[in-house]
Design a protein around this ligand. Structure first.
Ligand code: NAI
Length: 285
């Protein structure tokens, strides 16, 4: 099957990045979110990114117009589903919300369509179980920021068919990414390794071992990380970090994955990181 029509559900930081990269690789993209202002915000983010590429001479203004011409926005999920060869879901990291989206996608998408989730940690097998096509459900986990980061973790659910895996792997390559195959266990590989490190950094602040600035400095200068773990946590979103820790904790039943109380407190306060202007650091806008 040739994948030409690519729908993205959720126009937040990940969904808009995925839509941009898909359109840049020549696919016809539908970008969906619940409300008009959210899809417009996603689209503005894409325009801003492309404009920066034009200013830096990486693409021409004409190419930018062509890419934007391949993206249409919609608040109607049925409309986004009906014409898709593949749908990539990038809504909030919450199992019941994702399952509800997949139930509807399964009902409205053409029979041949692949249903992929960009989930950071939730079991693909459990998402697939609410559909009548679990063999066509797969994890396609892009990294943030999508236009920059090369990796796509491709996650096989228990029932994912080999040919579906092969199609998604080829698609990731077409989008200029490097796919890596991972089985469906909590946190996959990326977040199973990354998130406990971030959680431990939060514990170091919680226990008064060091300030956020000091923790980040140690990891940048000492371990050669391009970004400190708390800066990275703010960038990912503290709500997403907490969801992932909860998933690891629940999925493995091991106390080593317990989320730090300070992380919970920040999320309850609405300090979600960059996207709300405050997390471990304060941001201008
Ligand atoms: P975000 O909060 O920026 O965007 C989520 C979007 O989904 C919002 O615009 C929201 O309105 C929309 N949404 C919520 N429920 C919806 C529904 N039922 N139908 C349609 N749209 C709906 O979140 P972000 O960071 O883009 O994360 C999205 C997904 O990507 C999550 O599963 C997250 O775990 C995953 N992810 C996040 C990464 C990160 O660094 N933030 C990295 C890789 C994956």
């Amino acid at each position: 099957m040739e994948i030409r029509r690519f729908s993205v559900i959720g126009a937040g930081q990940m969904g808009s990045g995925i839509a941009q990269v898909a359109a840049q690789s020549g696919l016809e993209v539908a970008l969906h979110d619940l409300e008009e202002d959210r899809v417009q915000k996603g689209l503005r983010g894409i325009e801003k990114n492309l404009k920066r590429s034009v200013d830096k001479g990486r693409i021409t203004a004409e190419e930018m117009a062509q890419v934007l011409g391949r993206i249409r926005t919609t608040t109607d999920l049925k409309e986004a589903a009906e014409h898709a060869d593949i749908v990539v879901e990038a809504v909030v990291e919450n199992m019941s919300v994702k399952q509800e989206v997949f139930r509807k996608l399964d009902e409205w998408c053409p029979e041949h369509a692949i249903l992929a989730s960009n989930t950071s940690s939730l079991p693909i097998t459990e998402i697939a179980a609410v559909t009548k096509r679990p063999e066509k459900v797969i994890g396609m986990h892009f990294m943030n920021p999508v236009p920059v980061m090369k990796l796509v973790e491709v996650i096989r659910g228990l029932a994912t068919a080999d040919e579906v895996y092969a199609e998604v792997e080829a698609l990731a390559r077409k989008m200029g990414k490097t796919p890596v195959e991972v089985k469906d266990f909590p946190g996959f590989v990326s977040n199973r390794v990354l998130m406990p490190m971030i959680n431990e950094a939060v514990y170091a602040v919680y226990e008064g071992v060091a300030t956020p600035e000091a923790v980040d400095e140690v990891m940048k200068l000492g371990m050669n990380h391009p970004m400190g773990p708390l800066t990275l946590a703010d960038f990912i979103g503290l709500d997403t970090c907490l969801y992932i820790m909860e998933t690891l904790y629940e999925g493995f039943g091991d106390p080593k994955y317990r989320p730090c109380p300070l992380l919970r407190k920040y999320v309850k306060a609405g300090w979600l990181g960059r996207k709300t202007g405050r997390g471990f650091y304060v941001y201008d806008s």
